[in-house]
Design a protein around this ligand. Structure first.
Ligand code: SF4
Ligand code: SF4
Length: 381
């Protein structure tokens, strides 16, 4: 019974558009202790939700009472590798590949729910199911490895030996008994490669397989809600939403990543993947929604994205950015004003200094005042 049920579930998952599917026993995560140590070291930064309900995160049976099986799925979102002249153009902001198209939650959750309904129908009798896309209290990557979807790379991503690592993961937990897939060969892995560890611009890897999120550009540009630590801002260069560098350099992606089947993940045009910074810094709330509504970029909110854009403009350091940054000193959001002040401080320009001195006279927010003073004091005004 179990094997044929497994095959029917997998066929259905592929028919729903998933690229990978595997089935694991619902059992405690083998890396639960390491995850706890990672949290205790503070590497999750301000992502307090990761520390919530640790017992649920460490064992799927604590998420769904009586769970016996986890169906793990992967959906490729890779579209293309941006040309180096675009990636390295400081006047453009680079958006992470996963955020070029539709929000994957909107795409994956209905399909996972359809798969859950299929399991209920096929298993016969009353079986419980629960579907998750990265919002659930699960160690998703561990589950995916146990379900045979790939191995964990030193860059902490799940890597499939024939698809690479540009994958969204999701799960259906169920108390139905389904024969698990065999684990992949342990001989497949990173070997002696260290490319991702070397390439990371912020040195966010404490060691292979251990990421200090507090230094990771993905965390800084998406998850962090407050000011970006000043010492890390120059290292972010032109990455304004997420960062793919440790995936871009990975030989598994260079060799195997191929364009996703899902058309909704494809960029509308280059300006979606690498928009000119000056097109973004003046966006008001309506403009932000018009441009990024329905995409993962919404997670950063306008204030988070424009904070990142201001940092990238400062890293660009071009005189043509000065008027827009001076304008941003008057933005309603202190977070944007503060980072615009820092960016103007990178310009070494008389107009910029005069605008900062004028802004200081009317500024009331402590964080912004500190940013402006930091610039003016360092420039001797
Ligand atoms: Fe480093 Fe970027 Fe990878 Fe984060 S996403 S670890 S910043 S290379
Ligand atoms: Fe592993 Fe090398 Fe890929 Fe890093 S770049 S994840 S070390 S194979």
């Amino acid at each position: 019974m179990s094997v044929s049920l497994r095959d029917r579930i997998k066929s259905r998952a592929y028919a729903l558009g998933f690229d990978l599917v595997g089935i694991a026993l619902a059992q405690p995560s083998p890396h639960a202790a390491k995850f706890t140590a990672w949290l205790e070291a503070g590497y999750a930064g301000t992502m307090a939700y990761m520390a919530r309900e640790p017992e649920r995160r460490q064992d799927p049976r604590n998420v769904l009472n009586g769970a016996r099986s986890v169906v793990s799925v992967g959906l490729s979102y890779y579209t293309l590798r941006l040309p180096d002249d675009i990636l390295n153009d400081p006047s453009r902001g680079i958006i992470s590949n996963y955020a070029w198209g539709a929000d994957y939650h909107d795409l994956m959750l209905p399909r996972l729910k359809a798969l859950a309904a299929f399991i209920q129908a096929e298993a016969g009798g009353a079986v419980a199911t629960r579907a998750y896309v990265d919002t659930g209290p699960l160690l998703e990557r561990d589950v995916a490895v146990q379900a045979g979807l790939g191995f964990t790379g030193k860059n902490t991503c799940l890597i499939h030996p024939r698809l690479g690592s540009y994958l969204f993961l999701g799960e259906v937990l169920t108390d139905a008994e389904i024969a698990p897939d065999p684990l992949p060969s342990s001989s497949v892995g990173c070997g002696r490669c260290t490319r991702c560890l070397v390439a990371c611009p912020t040195e966010a890897f404490v060691s292979p397989y251990v990421l200090d999120s507090r230094r990771c550009i993905s965390y800084l540009t998406i998850e962090l809600r407050g000011p970006i630590p000043r010492e890390l801002r120059p290292l972010m260069r032109n990455r304004i939403f997420g960062c793919d560098i440790c995936q871009e350099v990975c030989p598994w992606n260079l060799r195997f990543a191929r364009p996703a089947r899902e058309p909704l993940f494809r960029p509308v045009d280059l300006n979606r993947a690498a928009p000119p910074l000056l097109d973004l810094i003046g966006l008001d709330e309506a403009g932000f929604h018009a441009r990024f509504g329905g995409t993962p970029v919404m997670r950063a909110k306008r204030r988070g994205l424009l904070r990142n854009v201001a940092v990238a403009l400062g890293n660009w350091g071009a005189p043509q950015a000065i008027p827009a940054l001076i304008q941003a000193l008057h933005d309603p959001e202190p977070l944007i004003r503060g980072h615009a002040a820092w960016a103007l401080g990178q310009m070494d320009d008389q107009r910029a200094r005069a605008a900062l001195a004028a802004a200081l006279k009317v500024e009331t927010d402590e964080m912004v005042i500190a940013e402006i003073r930091g610039v003016l004091n360092s420039q001797g005004d």
